[in-house]
Design a protein around this ligand. Structure first.
Ligand SMILES: Cc1ncc(COP(=O)(O)O)c(C=O)c1O
Length: 344
């Protein structure tokens, strides 16, 4: 592709806000019927049909993923850790008792979607955000206690810039001592979890001007509505160990590995709100996620009191780790972990 074929330049990135609102015209689609997956190729998004009685609309049988395709400086295209996102989608589908997407077929759908939307991939710091979604499609509105035996899987693409409207500003979090979702759904990427966190996140935004809530049920520091949570200082990265109560982020795993490579000591351990408040006196905190990348936290609010971290800015170690992660995603630095799938 020559430079004239690209739709977006760096100056166009503000047009792509809010994150996820601009969509590519076509989706890759596959249906699970009569016990097997049948590829439907690429179709115009407007041709997508869903029966009003579909199981997913009534009983929440749906799960999704979010990953990114990057346009590197040499205009080649790469996906970051698509295999991990596919595995997590298979895990979500299994918990929801939905037909499990086939690994190779979903990979082909991701590649087909990116190749089809190639011209729409913005340059750095923009990306093409990919959204595979799996929906239960049985048309029986009495099937509350039965799984959907049919399903549709499709992949949407959205050229994006920054996830947080704040751009690079350090984030404000409200520490809330309640759960984001139920424990059996914590590691499942399903819409119900986001629905359950939405109301209190909006209330906190109105009352405290916060960007996100940090969910800490019974004082156990877990994650925010759409990202994992890490503590960082000059020597150490601390985060909650994997368990069923929160989403196992691909970015979390990548940041821990990159941190290890850079010589940080990695501590995967439980910690409580008191530990966190003490940490604010000297350390940094950050949110990790595909959309958030690694976003610094400048302020935390707890019991009506504000705690400032890193002078209210993104801390230097957070910046260093973010830069290292982005260098791998953008191909300016190789890291040997096999995380990149080159498409062109
Ligand atoms: C609730 C929640 N936690 C954590 C994450 C981070 O996951 P990942 O790094 O795989 O994007 C996300 C984003 O997908 C999320 O929605």
């Amino acid at each position: 592709m020559n430079s004239k074929s690209w739709r977006y330049t760096a100056e166009d990135l503000p047009q792509l806000s809010p994150f996820g609102s601009v969509l590519a015209d076509r989706i890759a689609i596959s249906r699970f019927e009569d016990g097997g997956w049948k590829s439907g190729g690429l179709i115009p998004m407007n041709d997508f049909r869903l029966h009003p009685g579909a199981h997913c609309l009534h009983y929440g049988s749906s799960c999704f993923e979010g990953l990114k395709a990057y346009r590197w400086d040499d205009d080649s295209i790469a996906l970051f850790r698509p295999d991990r996102h596919i595995q997590r989608m298979q895990q979500s589908a299994a918990v929801l008792r939905l037909p499990i997407p086939d690994r190779d077929e979903l990979m082909e759908m991701l590649v087909a979607t990116v190749m089809d939307a190639m011209a729409d991939i913005p340059p750095a710091p923009g990306t093409l955000y990919l959204r595979p979604i799996l929906l239960g499609t049985d048309t029986n509105i009495g099937a509350a206690a039965r799984p959907s035996e049919s399903a549709v899987l499709y992949v949407m693409a959205s050229p994006v810039g920054d996830y947080f409207a704040a751009g690079d500003r350090a984030l404000r979090l409200l520490i809330q001592e309640s759960a984001r979702t139920t424990s059996q759904f914590g590691k499942v990427k399903t819409g119900a979890n986001y629905a359950s966190a939405l109301g209190i996140t909006l209330d906190a935004r109105d009352k405290w001007g916060t960007d996100q809530i940090l969910f800490c049920p019974d004082s156990d520091v877990q994650e925010t509505g759409a990202s994992n949570f890490v503590l960082i200082d000059d020597k150490t990265i601390i985060t909650k160990p994997l368990c069923d109560s929160f989403l196992h982020g691909v970015t979390r795993d990548s940041v821990l590995q990159i941190g290890r490579d850079l010589g940080y000591e990695i501590q995967e351990k439980d910690f409580c709100v008191d530990d966190l408040l003490k940490w604010t006196q000297h350390g940094e905190a950050a949110l990790s996620g595909t959309a958030a990348v690694l976003a610094g936290v400048g302020t935390m609010i707890h019991n009506e009191k504000e705690y400032t971290l890193s002078g209210g800015e993104t801390g230097p170690n957070t910046q260093r780790l973010r830069k290292a992660l982005v260098s791998v995603q953008r191909g300016t630095e190789a890291n040997g972990h096999g995380w990149i799938k080159k498409l062109t």
